[in-house]
Design a protein around this ligand. Structure first.
Ligand code: MV4
Length: 595
């Protein structure tokens, strides 16, 4: 096994990888940008190195700086996580070629072959994996596109060879659109991937997105760990994922898993990977291979019990997978909810800012993968993920119930989040029935529903205290021994919610504070309790000679139209009561003298 691993990433996935390292006895090295000096992944690591300015292009994507950090730290392995450099075959090659450093991932060769979509389609066809009807060679003229339209019927999809994740894809609905769609797909391919080659597929109108988790070692074992369903997406951004897919029956599950195994075996693939399929009307079609650990890997871990990141590390170190395909069993159901700092009522626009409150749920079947803590800032430099909430239960139905419980308890303030969206989905009949397709969120869930959800379940208004934590205008009160939560409208003292006690009652300037229903009193530890502000004595509750144990209401003062209990700060005997009911008092006047 490795001695020291550098994680070329940030956030929850960097922490997730370091957790696996820790369990394997591997030392951890973080890299960070100027914006992440005190980030969670940096706090977690054994050591950490600055790799550049906030902009990802100058830090987390800076190959040289990362390799230099690995060198300085004496790291013998690099794990890229997801995003950033994870699918960059050139970086993988640079790591492979660096003396004494192992790349935790598939070979750069396999990454390159599968990154090129026409090559990937050919590999899959050779392995007898169904692909969407279409071409495996680049298409160059609009005439060719129209011929394919005749052959397969419309709509068609023109896709960039270097594409993926929805970029560089154009839909052609009729022969007339062929020319424009072709040139714009080429343009996007050139701009995004520096590759203007495109190919054509029949376009499926409303497929499900189903992907199979693969693990392969260097000794010939290729496992599939079942599938995940990621059909609930917004503009190609996954937002809820689950395992197993509610769209497959056991026969199809077996078929798709075996197809994925054949495909990656054909590609000479090792380490962890995901084979993505489109599923429509009981048929499945290969779409692409993701040559990295994915955000949604935990749902697979929860239903198989296999630690995918641990196995990535073991495989990269040349070890054998500890199980065979027969040992892989899918048990129960898992859902993952991406908790992002985004406002569902505003087109899921990012909502950067400080996390004034962060209190994630726990309990049976609830897992949180995160790297932030309360008071941390969600910056605008990287993605907006705060945490992943992963919920497991014996059945999908029970998983939905448990998820509702967990999401309700998930407290975030300071930024709007996707929590209200998730709570809405748990009430959505189509989602609950597991019948949603990749079109569902963009086309069927309307903005009014989203706005209502945010109004109902969105982040509370907060003021941020100097320590970065929140104060709100919610207070709890006890009436007749029963606890109530009330909202104090603006204009009333917020102090009772915990910031700075408003000293409206009486005090001798001592320590200790107690509040009452009026929201403001102050007690003291001196021998005279004095009025904190100008007011009128409403009642006097003690008389000279009385023994107090502390905490008793000694008098009530009306100030600013509120009744304020003045409380005995400590035990003692009442020596003197210089005021009487109805007296006007000024700030600083003695009310009760104790001995
Ligand atoms: C498709 C398709 C329908 N037919 N290809 C979108 C992301 C990219 N990786 C491929 N994508 C699609 N390719 C054919 N031939 C529909 C999509 C698609 C989609 C796929 C998975 C998840 C969400 C999606 C949302 C819109 C379109």
């Amino acid at each position: 096994m490795f001695e020291k691993l550098l994680v070329a990433n940030r956030g929850e996935i960097a922490v997730r990888i370091m957790q696996a390292c820790e369990e394997l006895g591997v030392g951890t090295v973080a890299v960070y940008s100027d914006a992440d000096r005190d980030a969670g992944h940096v706090r977690y690591a054994d050591e950490a190195y600055n790799v550049g300015p906030a902009a990802a292009s100058q830090s987390y994507l800076n190959q040289e700086a990362i390799l230099e950090a690995a060198d300085r730290a004496g790291a013998d392995a690099i794990h890229p996580g997801y995003g950033f450099l994870a699918e960059n075959a050139d970086f993988a090659r640079a790591v492979e070629q660096a003396e004494g450093i192992t790349w935790v991932g598939p070979s750069s060769e396999a990454m390159q072959a599968l990154g090129e979509k026409t090559t990937a389609r050919k590999l899959m066809q050779a392995a007898d994996v169904p692909v969407v009807p279409g071409t495996t060679d680049p298409v160059t003229s609009a005439d060719e596109v129209r011929e394919l339209g005749e052959e397969y019927g419309y709509p068609l999809a023109i896709k960039a060879e270097g594409g993926g994740g929805g970029r560089g894809m154009k839909i052609v609905r009729s022969a007339e659109e062929a020319g424009d769609a072709l040139s714009s797909a080429k343009r996007e391919g050139k701009a995004y991937f520096d590759n203007e080659s495109v190919y054509v597929e029949k376009y499926l109108e409303a497929p499900r997105h189903v992907e199979v988790q693969i693990l392969a070692d260097e000794h010939g074992t290729v496992l599939h760990l079942g599938e995940r369903d990621c059909s609930l997406q917004r503009r190609h951004q996954k937002i809820v994922e689950e395992a197993p897919s509610p769209a497959l029956d056991d026969d199809l599950r077996e078929e798709i898993g075996e197809a994925a195994r054949r495909g990656v075996r054909e590609a000479g693939y090792t380490n962890a990977g995901t084979v993505e399929f489109l599923v429509e009307d009981g048929d499945f079609y290969f779409m692409e291979v993701n040559t990295r650990i994915q955000v949604e890997h935990p749902v697979t871990e929860e239903v198989t019990g296999v630690d995918v990141v641990r196995e990535q590390l073991r495989v990269a170190a040349g070890e054998e997978l500890p199980i065979s395909q027969e040992d892989v069993e899918i048990e129960g159901h898992a859902l993952e909810f991406r908790i992002n700092a985004e406002n569902p009522a505003d087109g899921f626009a990012p909502t950067p800012g400080p996390l004034a409150r962060y209190d994630p749920p726990g309990g049976f079947g609830v897992r949180i993968d995160d790297a932030l803590r309360q008071g941390d800032e969600i910056g605008g430099d990287y993605d907006s993920m705060i945490a992943k909430l992963i919920v497991r239960a014996p059945t999908r139905e029970r998983c939905l119930e448990r998820s509702a419980r967990a999401l309700k308890a998930f407290e975030v303030a300071g930024v709007e989040t996707t929590i209200p969206f998730h709570r809405l989905m748990l009430t959505d009949e189509t989602f609950r029935a597991g019948e949603h397709t990749t079109k569902y969120l963009d086309e069927e869930v309307d903005d009014d529903e989203l706005r209502e959800a945010v109004e109902r379940w969105g982040s509370p208004d907060v003021e941020t205290a100097a320590d970065g934590t929140a104060t709100t205008n919610e207070v709890s009160v006890e009436v007749d021994g029963r606890r109530y939560e009330v909202v104090v409208e603006d204009g009333l003292p917020r102090a009772a919610a915990g910031a700075d006690p408003a000293n409206a009652g009486g005090t001798t300037g001592g320590n200790g504070a107690a509040s009452n229903a009026g929201g403001a009193t102050q007690v003291a530890a001196g021998d005279a309790v004095t009025a904190e502000m100008q007011g009128t004595v409403l009642s006097v509750n003690v008389s000279p000679g009385e023994d107090l144990s502390g905490g008793e209401v000694v008098c009530v003062i009306e100030a600013m139209k509120m009744e304020n209990d003045v409380i005995a700060p400590a035990g003692g005997t009442v020596a003197e009561v210089p005021v009487a009911e109805g007296d006007a008092v000024d700030m600083g006047d003695p009310l009760v003298v104790l001995e």
